[in-house]
Design a protein around this ligand. Structure first.
Ligand code: BEZ
Length: 422
């Protein structure tokens, strides 16, 4: 793996030539096995009796390759996206276009090389009809050429890497979640007008961290704000003290951050323990204070202001139903990642219904995906035909105590936010 790819993923890789040879041999074996028996076109045995009136053949299952993190820093995100998908699929009786839905799940491992191997397995061995998932921007960027080359319809259910729907866009790649630009660009102007004129930026040192801070900076400085400094700890970090010391020294009025999963819990708690909550406001991309991490962050997150494409406190009948259904099925609250899984499942089902289950013609299938449009618990949902990225409202939210529980409450809305596409 090149250094450039490793930096974008935010990890170091132990991938060696020996591993590569082992992997290549395993992949060759898998392809061979698929060629021997996987095709389903087996000749009938000589002694099989012929049924005079054979039943109509059952349609083959719709195979969906799901690549999500089930381990490491973003493990909870993978679990939430999966549960959101499972909730929607259950509501349509696990069927699309007359075919049973079969999920083939693989762990993204926060590792581009492992994810490439698993994507090739989806294509060559599992022969999936389409693929979804991927949380880490760097991983998603590393998979782009393989997916585009195989003409595999791929609906990204998290990774925000801007280029995947800009310079590196593909007719086969869609994003139902957000671009790294969308929530942070929307937050920039709000923070300048309502919270602080001088801020310090911090995020993990990889593609998503850099892009989210750049998007905030774009609108915040355009409005007149000043960025006093920026600091980028490694992804999956434990001790934020040296980075918090830099922030303290700069004396900003607010910090604007992006952290998610276990990083978000550690950063927000240590920010409070270090005493910074008493001297500056805490703002950021909504992932940093999202419902999946709020119970562990507790009062350290109270009052945090963020931009995001969904909010627990979004007061609409559709969101209320989604929250109730999720709670009933999983006995816990939903979060933005479960919402992304839920909407992604709906995109898949509506597109496969539109082609009546015939997924063989990939160009017809991606045309059907691009036409999917609906009212989501997040608000209106549609794909931008120029980029295949979702166009959506962005909510400015504040963490408040709602009847004894901390939740994100909507305090402003930026309507119809479309990634600029370049
Ligand atoms: C990303 O890598 O794109 C990402 C990861 C977690 C939350 C949001 C974005």
């Amino acid at each position: 793996m090149s250094k450039e790819v490793r930096d974008k993923v935010g990890i170091s890789s132990g991938f060696s030539r020996r591993n590569f040879l082992k992997t290549a041999a395993a992949a060759a074996g898998l392809s061979l096995l698929a060629g021997c028996g996987g095709g389903g076109g087996q000749a009938p045995k000589a002694d099989e009796k012929k049924d005079p009136k054979p039943a109509a053949p059952a349609k083959e299952a719709l195979k969906i390759g799901v690549l999500l993190p089930f381990s490491k820093v973003y493990a909870v995100l993978g679990e939430s996206i999966t549960q959101g998908m499972e909730l929607y699929f259950e509501q349509v009786k696990n069927e699309a276009g007359g075919r049973k839905i079969e999920l083939i799940k693989e762990d993204e491992e926060n590792d581009a090389q492992a994810s490439l191997r698993k994507t090739r397995k989806f294509i060559e061995s599992d022969k999936v009809d389409l693929m979804t998932g991927v949380v880490n921007s760097g991983v998603a960027l590393a998979l782009r050429d393989v997916i585009h080359g195989a003409k595999l319809p791929f609906i990204i259910s998290n990774a925000g890497a801007n280029d995947l729907t800009r310079a590196k866009k593909s007719p086969y790649i869609f994003r139902s979640s957000f671009s790294n630009w969308q929530p942070n660009w929307a937050a920039g102007e709000y923070v300048y007008k309502n919270v602080a004129k001088k801020v310090y930026l911090t995020a993990p040192d990889y593609a998503a961290g850099k892009e989210q801070m750049a998007a905030f900076k774009e609108s915040f400085t355009k409005a007149g704000g000043t960025v006093l400094g920026e600091v980028y700890p490694p992804l999956g970090n434990n001790d934020y003290a040296p980075f918090l010391a830099k922030i303290k020294e700069a004396k900003p009025e607010a910090v604007y951050c992006f952290y998610s999963g276990s990083d978000a819990v550690k950063f927000v708690k240590q920010f409070d323990e270090y005493g910074l909550r008493k001297t500056m406001k805490l703002c950021g991309a909504g992932f940093s204070f999202e419902e999946d991490v709020l119970p562990a962050q507790g009062k350290s997150a109270l009052g945090a202001i963020s931009g995001m494409h969904w909010a627990f406190g979004l007061d609409t009948p559709l969101n209320k139903k989604f929250l109730d259904d999720y709670k009933k099925k999983f006995n816990k609250g939903a979060n933005v990642f479960s919402l992304q899984g839920y909407d992604t499942a709906r995109v898949i089902v509506e597109a496969v219904n539109a082609v009546k289950g015939d997924t063989a013609d990939k160009d017809k299938l991606v045309k059907a995906i691009s036409a999917v449009k609906f009212d989501s618990p997040r608000g209106p949902f549609a794909f931008d035909p120029d980029t295949n990225n979702v166009v959506q409202d962005i909510y400015i939210r504040e963490v408040k105590d709602v009847s004894g529980h901390l939740h994100n409450v909507v305090i402003a809305t930026v309507k119809n936010v479309k990634d600029p596409g370049k």
